[in-house]
Design a protein around this ligand. Structure first.
Ligand code: NDP
Length: 286
């Protein structure tokens, strides 16, 4: 064994249940390879009952971090040493990074959305009026990051009033944005002065690829930026309708790649090869 030999790879993971079909590994391992890093990513099937043990395992085995997915994004908060301020406001953690022996909880979903907004659409959210369809985890992460970035008004359109109103109250209490709830019983018209419209529901996700949110599509105009969180397929009927009306669009694949890229940099300290990651994920979904 020469002095330079090092058989110890660094490990990061994703914990969830079910986990077999989670594709994040594809883009993160492509990024490790492109950067010549001796790092690995592993999908671990972990039940809700085993989460506490899994976090102890992460500490003991010296993992550099982990992603969390269903059903752990909220439950994990109590097992970590510190929660980043925006993740605390969102109330969920999808990425854990290590600082020495401390495990820090982060949320990169909304950050990935913002980066896609700024880098792909060249749009700065400060002062913008936003309409978000949905009030689940993705909507919560996106709305909190938009509010922190200075969006002037956020309208939450959601089927369940309780969930929609709870998010609106949270945004009004904890951020400086002006949030309001819009009920969603029939097709809703999008206000003419809307700058950014986001589908943050799960409508359109594979295999229900022909489904689209119930809105009056004629009210989408060419001055709006229309975004979808659905990564697979990236070109949803919702985005196609928006394109047909001349609107600029952003797909959920970009958001997914950027949230992974932000996690990659948190773990490795290295800038992520975003193009390589995008390509790897697009191939996995194809
Ligand atoms: P949740 O289950 O937390 O929330 C789902 C949301 O969709 C709720 O607001 C729900 O409304 C709404 N919804 C679902 N079906 C319908 C319907 N038929 N009509 C009206 N509203 C509906 O899921 P998440 O927020 O975690 O995920 C949402 C989507 O975002 C998923 O498809 C996921 O793949 C995607 N996502 C993408 C990411 C990316 O990086 N691109 C990152 C994270 C998520 P209600 O409250 O009334 O039930």
């Amino acid at each position: 064994m020469s002095a330079a030999t090092n058989y110890k790879a660094e490990l990061v993971s994703v914990l969830g249940q079910p986990i077999a079909e989670n594709p994040t590994i594809v883009m993160i391992e492509a990024a490790f390879k492109a950067k010549g890093l001796n790092w690995r990513y592993q999908n671990f099937e972990v039940s809700a009952d085993d989460l506490a043990g899994a976090i102890i395992g992460i500490r003991a085995l010296g993992l550099q971090g982990t992603n969390l997915t269903i059903p752990h994004k909220i439950a994990v908060l109590e097992y970590l040493d510190e929660i980043a301020p925006d993740a605390a406001l969102i109330g969920a953690v999808n990425t854990v990074r290590r600082e020495g022996n401390r495990l820090i909880g982060e949320n990169t979903d909304g950050k990935g959305f913002l980066r896609s907004l700024r880098e792909d659409a060249n749009l700065e959210p400060a002062g913008k009026k936003v309409v978000i369809l949905g009030a689940g985890g993705a909507a919560r992460a996106i709305s909190v990051e938009l509010a922190l970035a200075g969006a002037s008004q956020i309208s939450i359109v959601n089927r369940s009033q309780t969930r929609g109103q709870a998010l609106v109250d949270h945004l009004n209490e904890k951020t400086t944005t002006s949030a309001r709830y819009i009920s969603w019983e029939s097709a809703i018209a999008i206000a003419e002065d809307t700058d950014i419209l986001v589908n943050a529901t799960s409508i359109g996700l594979y295999p229900d690829v022909d489904d689209q949110p119930n809105i009056v599509y004629e009210t989408i105009t060419a001055t709006m930026l229309v975004c979808d969180v659905i990564p697979n397929p990236p070109r949803t009927p919702f985005l196609r309708e928006a394109e047909a009306r001349g609107a600029q669009t952003l797909d959920g694949l970009g958001m997914l790649v950027y949230q992974g890229a932000i996690g990659f940099t948190m773990w490795t300290g290295i800038e992520a090869p975003v193009e390589v990651m995008h390509q790897a994920l697009a191939e996995a979904f194809a």
